[in-house]
Design a protein. Structure first.
Length: 719
């Protein structure tokens, strides 16, 4: 399948191989629709190989173009899916244009199926609410390649590995991203000449993200297959395509809460898109909560068996609706009262505490005792009800002060991607916060051992003014960041004024502690410079959010057991929408003197170039062993007139050598601890890169991706 989104009429259209060496597709009007953009002066041939690859090659056997490099929705045995390619589903069985499901390698190096529908987008497979390792994926291999072999084995660089049920040689196979959002491997049955499914990514079709669109329900039966229907009160948007879902067949009077009500649907769940979750809630409280949100479309009311109370999940959108007998708890749809009555359902009632029944029984028992027995019984009932309510109140206080249940923790993990720890857990893990391993402007870091015996770094944040919702929102964004040169966050704690983050523990500590230890030879220093650049480049340009670190310094570059660098504290900086440069989003100067870019001091717009500047200072410190702060304490005077002694000193040494990195100049610059054991070419490149990064004019500084390219190019030249 080719040219799927701009197909030509088969009549009078033409595929031509020009003398210039370019393969060209023209339509009936002889307008060029597609071209291979290849050039060659030698004789060429276009050949369809037995494996399905269409190859344009020259007489020397060199391939100029091949169809395997431009897949659509299907991968054939021997064809590779790489970081530069993607499989996109068709719109339907008969419409071959690009659909809503895309199989690709994400920024986290994991092979994922992304749903990009008319209303929303999100990862559909593997399970987005689980960590990569819980899905059996390994995100630390950035080669990003997946292949299907001729035996029926599909392997990916993230360690995803499956074999088909008919594993073996001699069978024609294909892997296809189907229009219904399922990834399947098909095998050709030679007897019937039909393609049969021999593996699929999702066994239950209704769990595919966005399969029926918004405001709709998916049901599945083995006999009849998947079926989409509109939720009560809604009508289908497009009779031709369920992906557009359903729309309200009513006008909800948001200004009059009494005109709204709720329709109960049993065995139905709308997964995700919650306004929030509220523990230990009553049905009446959950109902009022939804009525107070104009955006609330309904709520899920679930019983927590571990805690013995209900949790409330008001819905901002009705997406991923799924009806199954396996769901024990209902959904309540918010609809106008006039519509609810048309569904012939009793009004919504709350299941109250048992005092009502007991009180009625008590009343009948005491009616025979004197003329005023009913008064006494009423008083006793009132006393019983009051006593029970007091008990319930203190029970509620006790339970809400305890840590959240595992069920709630799991639901929180969906939003943040991390485990939620209680303060007591982290206090025990750190032995009452006794083993301090570092501190800075953001807080103090302690060493701890978690219950699963993992050694962790537990950071107690100083600024605890942030609300839980805002804190979790930023954590949710951080949860999408995954790179081998970024420190990994395992969990967090939000209790009262406490705000803590749980990180992976780095055996060799920070770069600042290692610079003068004598353990960093020249190769380690170069790898640290390159790895740090890769981490910052990912934050600036490769992840879904544009993240500025704003505090790049040796204390925030940690070293693992192999001295590989990982950038830390990137989650404590402000998160901006990509392209935003509003300096008002930063309430105060971040960073410490010596590493700060001039933009901070002169109150100029803050961009990614502030991190580039700080990185340049760190590289100069790596090269020379000299600190730019020269004994000054953190966050002292930020006067722009303070001499930048380290930068000035390096420039002076270079000026003495007429701007060239001569061996004499290099010997004066390089840290004496290295004992002259260094690579001259690499030192020269690092000096040039560092001095470009610390230019006063931010526009003269390179981007971090350009820095990475320069350093990698130096490595490739050596080999």
């Amino acid at each position: 399948m080719a040219n799927r989104d701009r197909p030509v009429n088969g009549k009078n259209s033409r595929l031509s191989l020009l003398k210039s060496g370019s393969l060209v597709l023209t339509d009936a009007g002889q307008f060029t629709v597609w071209t291979s953009s290849t050039q060659s002066n030698s004789s060429l041939q276009l050949q369809l190989h037995d494996n399905g690859n269409l190859v344009l090659s020259n007489i020397e056997g060199g391939n100029l173009w091949q169809s395997f490099n431009s897949p659509t929705n299907t991968l054939l045995p021997g064809q590779s899916l790489t970081q530069n390619s993607v499989l996109i589903s068709s719109r339907s069985l008969t419409n071959y244009s690009s659909g809503f499901y895309k199989l690709y390698f994400g920024d986290d190096n994991v092979l994922s199926l992304l749903y990009q529908g008319p209303q929303t987008a999100g990862i559909s497979w593997p399970d987005p609410w689980k960590h990569s390792w819980d899905n059996g994926r390994y995100p630390y291999n950035n080669s990003k390649v997946a292949t299907l072999d001729s035996w029926g084995r599909f392997q990916s660089s993230d360690q995803f590995d499956i074999i088909t049920v008919d594993y073996g040689p001699g069978i024609q196979r294909r892997l296809t991203v189907d229009f219904d959002g399922n990834v399947r491997v098909y095998s050709l049955d030679m007897a019937s000449r039909n393609w049969k499914v021999t593996w699929q990514s999702t066994l239950q079709p209704c769990t595919v993200h966005g399969i029926c669109g918004e405001n709709s329900l998916c049901t599945y039966a083995h006999e009849t297959g998947r079926k989409c229907t509109c939720a009560p009160g809604y009508k289908i948007k497009s009779q031709k395509d369920w992906a557009y879902g359903c729309e309200p067949d009513f006008q909800l009077p948001y200004n009059d809460s009494n005109a709204s009500g709720f329709l109960l649907l049993q065995n139905v769940e709308f997964y995700g898109y919650d306004i929030g979750f509220f523990s230990n809630s009553t049905l009446d409280n959950c109902q009022n909560l939804c009525l107070n949100y104009c955006s609330c479309k309904g709520f899920q009311f679930k019983f927590d068996k571990d805690k013995g109370y209900y949790n409330c999940y008001p819905k901002a959108s009705l997406f991923n609706g799924y009806r199954s007998s396996g769901f024990d708890f209902p959904i309540y749809l918010r609809l106008p009262q006039s519509i609810i009555t048309s569904f012939d359902q009793k009004p919504l009632q709350q299941t109250n505490i048992k005092c009502t029944v007991d009180a009625a029984s008590l009343g009948r028992a005491y009616q025979k005792k004197g003329q005023h027995g009913w008064v006494k019984s009423s008083l006793r009932c009132t006393l019983a009800v009051g006593t029970f309510e007091i008990i319930c109140f203190f029970t509620y206080l006790f339970k809400t002060r305890r840590g959240p249940s595992a069920r709630i923790q799991g639901y929180t993990q969906v939003a943040t991607g991390f485990r939620k720890f209680t303060f007591a857990e982290l206090k025990k893990a750190s032995k009452n916060f006794s083993a301090e391993i570092g501190q800075g402007g953001g807080g103090i870091v302690y060493k701890g051992v978690l219950t699963d015996n993992r050694v962790a770094a537990i950071k107690c944040l100083n600024e605890a003014n942030q609300g839980e919702a805002e804190f979790l929102a930023e954590l949710s964004t951080i949860g999408k960041l995954n790179h081998m040169n970024l420190i990994e966050i395992w969990g967090y704690c939000v209790e009262g004024k406490h705000r803590l983050l749980v990180y992976e523990y780095m055996e060799h500590g920070s770069l600042a502690k290692n610079l003068h230890s004598g353990r960093l030879d020249w190769k380690k220093r170069y790898d640290i410079a390159l790895g740090t650049a890769k981490g910052l480049s990912y934050l600036h340009e490769e992840c879904l959010e544009w993240v500025l670190h704003c505090d790049v310094k040796p204390q925030n570059i940690l070293l693992d057991s192999n001295y590989q660098p990982k950038v830390a504290d990137f989650g404590l900086s402000k998160l901006l929408n990509r392209g935003g440069t509003d300096k008002s989003t930063f309430s105060r100067i971040r960073g410490i003197r010596g590493y700060m870019a001039p933009e901070w001091v002169f109150n100029l717009p803050i961009t990614s170039k502030v991190d580039v500047y700080s990185y340049g200072i760190v590289v100069l410190e790596l090269l020379t062993g000299r600190s730019p702060v020269e004994g000054h304490s953190m966050e002292e005077s930020t006067s722009a007139m303070e001499p930048r002694r380290l930068v000035t000193w390096v420039k002076e040494k270079m000026h003495e050598a007429n701007g060239r990195a001569s061996p004499i100049a290099i010997a004066k610059i390089v840290d004496p601890v290295i004992n002259a054991e260094f690579d001259m070419a690499r030192v020269e490149i690092l000096v040039q890169v560092a001095l470009q990064c610390v230019e006063e004019d931010k526009d003269a500084r390179p981007t971090m991706s350009q820095v990475v390219d320069t350093l990698l190019h130096q490595e490739s030249d050596e080999y």
